[in-house]
Design a protein around this ligand. Structure first.
Ligand code: HEM
Ligand SMILES: [Ca+2]
Length: 596
């Protein structure tokens, strides 16, 4: 049933940044980058590119692969169809009106209903995708309005009469609620509207030549900012200033956070990590825990073998190795499961011996990647996990870290053995009808994705087809024709999700292109890329060989003390992907770092 009540979007669903609004024109752009002897990444990512230091830096703007399409060309969301609605009364001339786009909720119901088809992949493929996403993108939302209690975009009387909220037509509007227009209304509904607050503009004084643009709170590089943080304050909080390690709590778990954004387990707490969304799903919290443990394992070893290293050196060397391992798992284990082989080759995403950094490449995240393409992972989210032998519905797991305290190993074991949902246009009703239901929800994740695209002025599906040299869609067929009246109206999330997967890929042609391009930019635009030839930023040959011997399954075995694991953790166990004993997997060899 495609109806759900939503009573106010809270901080759980979007990152609310509490730092003061930074106008990027305020001088943030021109730091003085040291050019010599820089051995480690900055925490924010600034100065990775010394010519254009803010590219990829936390709090900088998203880039565009296609220029935005705001209703007014400046900042008002796309709310009208490309096709006008014309009628003639017998006494008058032909009159044309703007036809509204279908409500994001209507699109969700028609294009992203639930249908369970499991894939050859394990839930780990979904989980790594989210963990990786939280290393590279988090869009800042606006502060809740200080003059009103909470986010109350739905309270406006217009919504009751099916009209647009007046803010929805403004370039600097804050509210952009989603009308629920299904009729007859489900009696379970208390409201006919989903609250929705627009993302924060990075350039508050937008104009036609500098249209409204959104802000990435994270360092865009695959650099472990989800583990360490994207600003100095966070890393200071997470780091144990005595010994180079990351802080942990009892049971070698993540440290205690001071927010109450999760469902607090009895006598327990919400966790703290480099990315605020750490508590959103136990599988995600588990991966955060794994990489903090890996960091601490490396520091413990170096403390024994490199006695002269001080706290700073211990921390930074371990951080550098962890970042390199995250890059390597992403590009050699994860991406080949998601992208087709042709895409991997086209964008040079495979590991090789002749990596060349290119300072002309902009490593920022593209708006369409964060707002549409990389949200493909939402269709992989399973209905439930089996924890300690019992199935637990996902709606009970969102924002609930309880099982990390009691059953960390069981959570990971299930994520490795349970099949993920196939990447198709269908999404589990756990995400479209029951998201964050235990707190302020339920919310509809598909509707959010679509509305967020309109908020960010994402051009339509066809504009991106053109970018990728794919033929535009001229005649709509079902299910797109069930809700859209023009091919040029199709939201890029919906259009991309309707495409069939390319052979050997979990994405259709459009998302292969966008995701391929983005990961190419994150590789060739990263001067600290793990394979860099620049020896001051990269590794020695022996160190690189050691890094190239590491795999995700080996790391999981080691830090979680597993007995066995399948070789490819992103696929379920089959004859071709048998379980092997952890003892047989080669561990991370740290001797190339020892100084004698
Ligand atoms: C339990 C699983 C997940 C939950 C509960 C979840 C929830 C959410 C929510 C609530 C948002 C913000 C929506 C908005 O208001 O615009 C979001 C954004 C996003 N999600 Fe997920 N998600 C999950 C898994 C994933 C996966 C598996 C991927 C990718 C493989 C992914 C990629 C993204 C991306 C790229 C964004 C935009 C981030 C930003 O720039 O702010 N998510 N997700
Ligand atoms: Ca990052």
């Amino acid at each position: 049933m495609c109806l759900a009540h939503m009573s106010g979007m809270n901080n759980n669903s979007k990152m609310v940044d509490t730092s003061p609004v930074t106008d990027e024109s305020s001088g943030l752009d021109k730091p003085d980058c040291k050019t010599n002897g820089v051995k480690y990444r900055t925490i924010t990512g600034v100065c990775n590119n010394i010519l254009r230091p803010s590219e990829g830096e936390a709090l900088s703007r998203f880039k565009r692969y296609v220029k935005p399409n705001y209703r007014d060309g400046i900042g008002a969301p796309r709310v009208y169809s490309a096709r006008k609605y014309c009628r003639r009364f017998f006494w008058s001339k032909l009159r044309c009106y703007n036809k509204r786009l279908p409500s994001a909720r209507t699109v969700s119901c028609a294009i992203h209903p639930p249908r369970k088809v499991t894939s050859i992949h394990s839930v780990m493929l979904m989980q790594w995708g989210q963990f990786l996403d939280h290393d590279i993108t988090a869009t800042a939302v606006q502060q809740p309005d200080a003059h009103k209690a909470g986010d109350d975009c739905c309270k406006h009387h217009y919504i009751r009469f099916g009209k647009l909220h007046p803010d929805s037509l403004k370039r600097n509007g804050r509210c952009f609620p989603i009308p629920i227009v299904q009729w007859p209304a489900d009696p379970a509904f208390k409201s006919n509207c989903f609250d929705f607050v627009r993302s924060r503009p990075v350039n508050p004084a937008f104009t036609r030549s500098n249209p409204r643009e959104q802000q990435n709170l994270l360092s865009s590089f695959v650099d472990g900012s989800n583990v360490y943080g994207s600003n100095e304050e966070t890393v200071r909080r997470l780091r144990d200033s005595k010994n180079g390690k990351m802080k942990t709590s009892s049971g070698d778990l993540l440290p205690r956070g001071n927010d109450d954004s999760c469902i607090l387990p009895k006598n327990k707490f919400c966790f703290d990590a480099g990315d605020e969304r750490v508590n959103v799903f136990p599988g995600l919290t588990a991966l955060h825990t794994v990489f903090v443990r890996l960091h601490n394992y490396i520091v413990t070893d170096f403390t024994k073998h490199n006695r002269r290293w001080n706290e700073e050196r211990l921390f930074q060397e371990a951080r550098k190795i962890v970042s390199a391992i995250l890059q390597r798992i992403t590009y050699t284990e994860f991406l080949p499961e998601v992208l087709s082989d042709a895409t991997m080759n086209k964008y040079k995403l495979k590991e090789g011996n002749n990596y060349q950094y290119n300072s002309r490449v902009n490593p920022s995240i593209a708006s369409v990647f964060a707002t549409a393409a990389f949200r493909y992972g939402h269709s992989l989210i399973p209905d439930f996990l089996v924890i300690d032998g019992k199935p637990v519905k996902s709606r009970l797991l969102f924002n609930n870290p309880e099982f990390i305290f009691t059953s960390l190993k069981s959570v990971v074991e299930n994520i490795l053995s349970n099949p993920a949902e196939l990447r198709d246009r269908f999404m589990s009703s756990e995400t479209t009808e029951h998201l964050f239901e235990q707190q302020d929800g339920p919310f509809d994740l598909a509707a959010f994705n679509i509305q967020r695209g309109r908020d960010h002025g994402l051009p339509s599906y066809n504009a991106f087809r053109k970018l990728c040299k794919l033929s535009p869609v001229t005649k709509l067929t079902s299910p797109l024709s069930d809700v859209y009246s023009s091919a040029d109206d199709v939201d890029v999330f919906a259009g991309g999700m309707v495409e069939e997967n390319l052979p050997g890929s979990e994405l259709g042609p459009l998302f292969n292109c966008i995701v391929g391009m983005q990961f190419s930019d994150l590789k060739f635009g990263d001067s600290f890329w793990y394979e860099t030839k620049d020896k001051s930023r990269g590794f020695t040959n022996a160190q690189l060989r050691a890094i190239k011997n590491v795999s995700l399954s080996q790391i999981l075995c080691q830090v979680l003390d597993l007995v066995d694991i399948q070789k490819n953790p992103f696929r379920t166990v089959t004859k071709q992907n048998k379980k092997i004993k952890c003892k047989r997997l080669k561990g991370l060899k740290l001797s190339p770092w020892y100084e004698h």
